[in-house]
Design a protein. Sequence first.
Length: 207
Amino acid sequence: MFDRTQPGRGSIVDPGFIDDLRQCHFVLQSARKPTSFTCLHGDFPFSFYSYKIPEYREDHEFDLSTNVAGQSIAIRVGQLGVIFVNDGGFQMHVGSTGPFELAGRELSEIQFREVAARVHYKAALRDATHFYLTVENEERIQVDQLHVKSFSGYLPASDELRIFRDWDEAELSYAMSAYMRVDRSMIFDEETHACRTTLLRPPNNSA
């Protein structure tokens, strides 16, 4: 409840949003019991990227960022940075090594924050979901992806389902500003309407 003394004010978040996290909670149960996955896009029903951050400030040993709507989380502990997206594997399907194909590579602190910002933003653009069949007994859990449903249907003049909404550099700039903790004017070029990058290759809108 938003205020337990005033039930009429409703809940902190819409009950439907909590229901959307049901599959994420179920996948997390694989930590307590042997679990088998049968997936449409890869080995696991989520996207996961890891990075090496060999140099960081001593007072910045831990870093955390999330996108609740996109169901993504980025964590850096010392020299290890990881990003998880509860998306059924959609991001890894379109980019198995993440933005700029940097998964597994060495990054600086600020570069890891930029990669996280781009993954978080992509997670928020997701416009589809999976249907699952999940079975649990005393010994193990089985999770099967059955099919994909797009919230907005097919791409125009195509028989391909829309999985992500269109990438927008201006929208991205606000995400990068927040996650990288720098002023947006340092990120977004008003003349070219493109985001500047700390990464190794020019921006790729499909990243």
